[in-house]
Design a protein. Sequence first.
Lengths: 589, 275
Amino acid sequence: MFFTITLYVSLAIFGLGLIYKVSTWFRYTVGVEARDVPPSQRVLAFVKGLTLTLFSPRILTLLKVFVLDVLLQIKVLQQDSLKWAMHMCMYYGFTLLLLMHGLDKIVTAALFPNYYPTVNPFLFLRNLFGILIIVGIGIALYRRFILRVARLRTSPMDLYAIIILAIIMISGFLLEGTKITSYSKFQDMVEEYTIQADEEELRTLEAYWVAKYGVVSPEVKGPFDAETLAAGQEAHEISCIECHSRPQWGFTGYTLAKITKPAALLLDRAHASSLLWYLHFLACFMGLAYLPFSKMFHIFTTPLSLLANSVMEKGKSEPANIATRQLLELDACMHCGTCSVQCRVGVVFEAMHNANILPSEKIPSVKALVAGKKLNGEEIRDIQEGLHLCTNCFRCTVVCPAGINLQELWFNVRETLLEKGEPEFLVLSPLSLYRGLMKQSLGQTYYPDPINLALKAIYPAGIPLEMQDRTIPLVPSANGWSSTLHTSVQAKTFSKCFSCVTCTNACPVVRNYPNPIEFVGMLPHQIMHAAGMGLWDLIFSSKMLWDCLGCYQCQEHCPQSVRVADVLYELKNMAITQARKKLVKQIEK
Amino acid sequence: MNFVLLRCCTTPIVLKQYEWSTNAVMEKLGIGLLDVPELGCCGYPLRNINFKAHVLATARNLALSEKENLDLLTICNCCYGTMKYVDNLMKDDASIRNDVNTTLAKEGLRYEGDITARHILQVLYEDIGIEAIREKVVRTFDGLKIATHYGCHILRPSEVTQFDNPHSPTKFDELVDLWGINNELSLDLTENKLKDAKQSGADYLCVACSYCQIQFDIVQKILLSQRGIEAKLPSILYPQLLGLSLGIDGETLGLAENRVSTSEIEWFLLQKAAS
């Protein structure tokens, strides 16, 4: 009764959770383009797209991907054979155990009329599948906690998945072990299945089970003579053999039975097997109910994402379906960390300590953003910085075993945040190359807006130099700040500048404008001079810092060996650090 | 001779032909290229943002290359300049070296400074040598006017890059003589450079840097459509040009991937062979 109620309750939660999660794929949006497509249109587009694909030659592509990427997981094997072994153990162990054992009344009993969980091959296979999962969990723990792969981060979600799976497996095996030794279970069976047996027959049967089946009896103890065992075997063959293979075939449970043998009577009296049975099925039902909200949801979503991506392409597929796919992809991420381990800028995390730099850690942040979760200013800044600290090299997308188009996701979320008016300084760096290449798709008039916004946030007075009062204070505005220019060894050389203007004359950016001061604020030699005087307000109000190409013409030509370009680089670092601090303060207010 | 090849982050997105042609040419010249999948961003774009992050990212690549006991070959000037800059820093400054190595130790890496970074032009000019390349040439480009564009970070700062005279470089020209992002500012600069080359009578431009090729190929394409400039000046990557000369076909070298068509160069060669 309790079993049935909890089963139905957890099934109901699972069903509702599933409906809720799937509905978010159509309700939520990622990116600027997807915003204008209403959910109803997305559902219709999905049905149409699915039908058209299923009745077209593309069904062959789907089949191929299903076999290679879903069933065999070739992509994972190519990257890391240990990880592949781990996942194959868990994937096949779990699936087969679920079908053969978890759903035995529905699946196995229908296929094999003689099915009984305690006869072979089912007894042996149950243990085999179980041990596969245990091996998988073992490798997972080894990778995460002993091998310590760089930048493979473990989230509470990962731990939950490992723990719930471990509880199910361990309780299952212990349950089997205690059932083998249990005297009360033996007596129950005797009562139910031995008809018309006399005392002597029952005594020899018990002796036989103690000797051969691992039962621990309070009275009957070995060693037994051959005669007793032969008689016991006879009784056994009449009443028991049809439903019971030798327990040694259940090798895991049998091993545990051997280990717990000294405490077997105590455990039996404490109803250990009943308690373990409750623990086992409650853990299963909890896993089931929580599945749509946990990492384990990827057993549905990852294959879907792999299949969807094999037949969809931006520019060719219906934009409404691309929008839906991006939400599905967010759920398809199983936080395996492959992207973060292989990310080309992943190592930057060690210097800047913003977890959002790592692709696998961006996903939960993007999920929160998309779901409209309330995030504080600092969190949004971190997410935005993480999204922009990306060279757009496509490596994460190429290596993702779930086939998620991460590159497209980052681009879309970046632009959504920029459009909201969140200033981002990294659009001023060469990291914005990809954005430049996408200029056409962003719209020519909108394209420079985020750049101007970032500049405005960096200018100390919020306005560029050309519009300011040009009166220069006689007293340095920040005395001694120049000594803070120390991160780059060569940067300090600016004090040798005697303003000969050679650097400015060599600068291709300056040369590009008929009246450069109007466009770039201060010229390179003026910046060097201002640096010497500590006029940092003036320097940070100059667009020159951000127009600098880093071509080193200035530095190469300087007669005083001032590292002009190196100094400019360092000034940029300082400007960004200061502006970020200012921004966070504003947000906190 | 073997190298660890550092692919530029831009090549997989927009310059696959640079990788293809480099692989093909180096194979032909008997240079082995080792792919180390863990290699990352060269650190160049990070320098604008955070010095520490930049040095760390660059040094990590050097450390990975040192682990293979091979010099690191770059095909992009920005990668090269950054690698050389940090290589010097790591060799000269013990405190930075210790700091970086402590962080790198987390993934079992460390950089001792036993190797260095090399640019593809440097390897061709200094290690293989013009004469050795000439021996393998099967087709020449006599009559084709090609201007070389060195780019920035292979020359400057010269005390770091140590490749050629920064004021009047000749090594890239000698290699070509073997045979006889995008905002208004970037559009301006590209336009001026193209005009200069055109005025000097060039029909083609030759570069050996990812960022240069992006400007002269992709940005030129935009220039042609947006600013109504008629006279185009296609840009070809040096390994593509060298590859054609070594008898490698245009498809392997990815000539069709160039946005502003360079297929005339191959056609020119075929015509020459016929006559």
